[in-house]
Design a protein around this ligand. Structure first.
Ligand code: NAP
Length: 211
């Protein structure tokens, strides 16, 4: 499929590189054109403006730091209306690891309202280094990738894109749960910044007594 990548940073590189290898056709837009150009060259893809890249894709990834999200959403225009939009973004500041969204809000809902896209929150809980892994296996187990969306068609696209980076898609429900995935990211990021391995905190199954 054609995927428009909005943002030309670390996550665009990690996910776009895997999706290009899986045979998708990519166009990328970024604030720094040089970075977008370098990614497009790496993928055998194209560089576009934000509107052009949104219009190009059958689906899109938005991967922009929260500070740049309002300007990016304004620049995208109407090109994502009705399309699957993967939202990997975390509205988390790293001084105190709190959400920068208004209380009870979610960035995913802001993206949905601004673009009219079929937003899927996904890929926000692991570091880019994990998304770059050929086979994200941990203790021999495939990486589970939680996602949430309101739309069955967008869920099917997200599941495909998750499987193509070697992950196992796990639905956590409709887009109301984006709020929870974003809050969970705040905890995960604080653990990473503290030098802890989040998987040792969340990987509780083996510690449960037998049922
Ligand atoms: N990195 C990770 O491991 C990781 C993992 C999971 C989720 N995420 C989330 O994924 C999103 C992208 O992260 P990333 O690591 O790819 O970020 P990044 O490499 O720092 O930047 C991504 C894009 O955001 C743009 N940007 C940054 N500040 C901006 C501003 N003030 N105005 C306009 N554009 C701006 C960058 O433009 P320039 O290149 O011009 O700076 C770049 O195109 C974030 O929401 C992040 O929370 C990141």
């Amino acid at each position: 499929m054609r995927i428009g990548i909005l943002g030309a940073g670390v996550m665009a590189d990690a996910l776009g590189t895997r999706w290009a290898a899986a045979g998708h056709e990519l166009m990328v837009a970024g604030r720094t054109t040089q970075k977008a150009r370098a990614l497009a060259e790496k993928w055998g893809g194209r560089v576009g403006g934000f509107q052009e890249t949104a219009a190009f894709g059958d689906a899109a990834l938005i991967a922009v730091l929260y500070q740049g999200m309002p300007a990016t959403l304004a620049a995208i225009g109407d090109g994502l209306r009705g399309k699957p939009v993967i939202d990997c973004n975390n509205p988390v500041e790293v001084d105190h690891f709190t959400l920068v969204t208004a209380p009870g809000q979610a960035m995913a809902w802001e993206i949905q309202n601004a673009t009219g896209g079929q937003v899927v929150k996904a890929f926000n809980l692991c570091h880019a280094r994990v998304w770059k892994m050929d086979e994200p296996l941990f203790d021999g187990r495939r990486l589970s990738v939680p996602y949430c969306t309101d739309e069955a068609a967008a869920a099917a696209v997200a599941r495909q894109l998750i499987e193509q980076v070697g992950g196992e898609p796990v639905s956590v429900g409709d887009l109301r749960h984006a709020h929870h995935l974003e809050a969970m990211a705040a905890v995960v990021i604080s653990l990473l910044f503290a030098g802890r391995d989040p998987s040792t905190v969340f990987n509780l199954v083996d510690a449960l007594p037998p049922a």
